[in-house]
Design a protein around this ligand. Structure first.
Ligand code: ADP
Ligand code: MG
Length: 479
């Protein structure tokens, strides 16, 4: 009886609150938001406290990583609690915080508007409606992906700043940063965040005219306008834009007339107090082939980068995507994937999708570690030995005692041309890049690469010492 009294008291909630803040300090915000925040207190009897966990996946994770610690802290606070039991039960919150483990602390600092829940369906409709109601959006904007919402964006240490900045721009009535410049390597969430901003703004105010397009599309439209001597109409299109988003501006590198037009559009929109959001694969200062004045304009608002993922974020993403796909992902499998597939989120998602598809096609075959390893065998093999063209150029140049610059130059002297051909050959052999992609890295077209590959294949047969060199290079590159 005494025990019951001790735990049925509202003090238990208080104790849980205290335990949570202690754990938060110990494990950090990201882990806390992802794994511990979604827990809630259940019933208590015979010295056993039940704690509710929204999914089986989370239960396994929490038991492995946190149960001892929770038990220890709680025992100290309340000796009546002898044991802790984790039970799977949907969270009480309407939207489980697991689904959107936002970096609340950071967000609170810069925004006070609460995030509206579930803009999802209405957001889609309003965008579609808006896309249909004028020629403007039809011709300029590209359709948005309904999956790319803030709700579906998993936040971790590596992307929390970019996420908070995106949310702030989406939620503010007044312009806070202009432009917002997002940058990162591929597959890390830039496009996702831009679409999320668009959905959110649309949801709040369907009358706002949002244009999202890639830099390539901007270029294409502009060049076409030039060809048809119709640049006035082109410029006119941007006049009523409230929010302009241009994705992947690195593609404007070296395209001077397009840049000039973009610079003009950019400046006039900013002057009129319209919001601009830009993404690229590098920071404004590091963009190649972009005019200095444009670079400095691009960097004059808020620049936010997304870093490569860390293990916790990859686990969070797998957890989230598995839930969306409605599958149980054993912790072992998730850990395996999160350890192996570290390049970017797109590839991580792709791997998970393959495993899930495989299990569903085989009449709901259970997802196991063995099955995962088997399904992803080829992918992991090529992944393990993945080398980049940059690395190949560097190693080959070193080996032949020339510089990478020379290798990419137009020099045709044998001392430079031969190593260049070998590097092209190795790029074809060791990477999954296409001939044009390889060519670009050497400032050549694909026929030159094709020729180089053939040439080196011949040489390998004719020249044993060269064959040996190439073999040695291959081994160092694959090591
Ligand atoms: P980028 O534009 O940087 O190349 P994307 O925005 O296209 O990357 O993201 C690649 C994929 O990874 C998309 O399917 C996207 O939904 C997903 N993704 C990226 N970041 C996250 C995240 N934080 N949470 C959930 N999914 C993400
Ligand atoms: Mg993108």
């Amino acid at each position: 009886m005494a025990e019951e009294a001790m735990v049925n008291d509202s003090s238990v909630q208080d104790q849980w609150g205290q335990i949570c803040s202690q754990l938060k300090n110990e494990v950090g915000d990201t882990a806390f938001e992802s794994w511990l925040k979604p827990l809630s207190i259940g019933s208590f009897s015979d010295g056993v406290m039940n704690i509710c966990v929204p999914t089986r996946f989370m239960r396994n994770w929490v038991i492995t990583h946190y149960s001892d610690r929770i038990h220890k802290i709680w025992e100290k606070k309340n000796p009546a609690i002898k044991n802790i039991n984790f039970v799977v039960q949907a969270a009480r919150e309407e939207t489980p915080s697991l689904y959107n483990p936002t970096c609340r602390s950071l967000l609170k600092k810069i925004t006070s508007t609460p995030a509206p829940q579930n803009i999802y369906q209405s957001g889609i409709n309003s965008i579609i409606a808006n896309n249909n109601d004028g020629a403007l959006n039809d011709s300029l904007s590209v359709p948005l992906n309904p999956q790319y919402t803030f709700e579906n964006f998993v936040v971790g240490k590596t992307n929390e700043f970019a996420y908070a900045a995106a949310r702030k721009v989406a939620e503010s009535r007044n312009i806070s940063f202009n432009p917002l410049f997002l940058y990162s390597g591929v597959g890390l969430g830039k496009t996702h965040l831009m679409h999320a901003i668009a959905w959110h703004i649309k949801q709040q105010d369907p009358t706002r005219n949002i244009v999202y397009l890639s830099a390539e599309k901007f270029m294409y439209k502009f060049v076409r306008a030039l060809r048809y001597k119709d640049t006035t109409a082109f410029k006119e299109q941007f006049r009523s834009v409230d929010v302009l988003m241009v994705d992947d501006v690195q593609f404007m590198g070296g395209k001077d007339t397009t840049q000039e037009e973009f610079f003009y559009t950019f400046n006039s929109l900013i002057e009129e107090g319209r919001q601009i959001i830009i993404s690229a694969d590098k920071s404004p200062a590091d963009l190649e082939g972009i005019e200095t004045r444009l670079k400095s304009r691009l960097g004059c608002g808020l620049v936010a980068d997304i870093h490569p993922t860390d293990f916790d974020l990859r686990m969070g993403i797998l957890n989230n995507k598995a839930q969306q796909l409605g599958v149980e992902l054993p912790t072992k499998v998730a850990e395996f994937l999160a350890q192996k597939i570290t390049s970017n989120i797109r590839e991580l998602e792709g791997a998970l999708r393959r495993v899930v598809a495989h299990s569903q096609l085989l009449a709901d075959k259970e997802i196991t570690l063995e099955m995962t390893q088997d399904v992803l065998k080829d992918m992991l093999r090529s992944y393990d030995k993945r080398t980049t063209i940059d690395e190949i150029q560097k190693k080959v140049a070193e080996y032949f005692n020339i510089s990478v610059k020379e290798m990419q130059s137009s020099r045709r002297a044998r001392t430079v041309a031969r190593p260049r051909q070998i590097a092209m050959y190795l790029a074809k052999q060791l990477t999954s890049r296409s001939l044009p992609e390889i060519g670009r890295k050497f400032d050549r077209d694909h026929t030159t690469v094709m020729h180089a590959v053939r040439k080196v294949e011949e040489l390998i047969v004719e020249d044993a010492s060269l064959a040996e060199s190439i073999d040695a290079l291959k081994r160092t590159l694959e090591a």
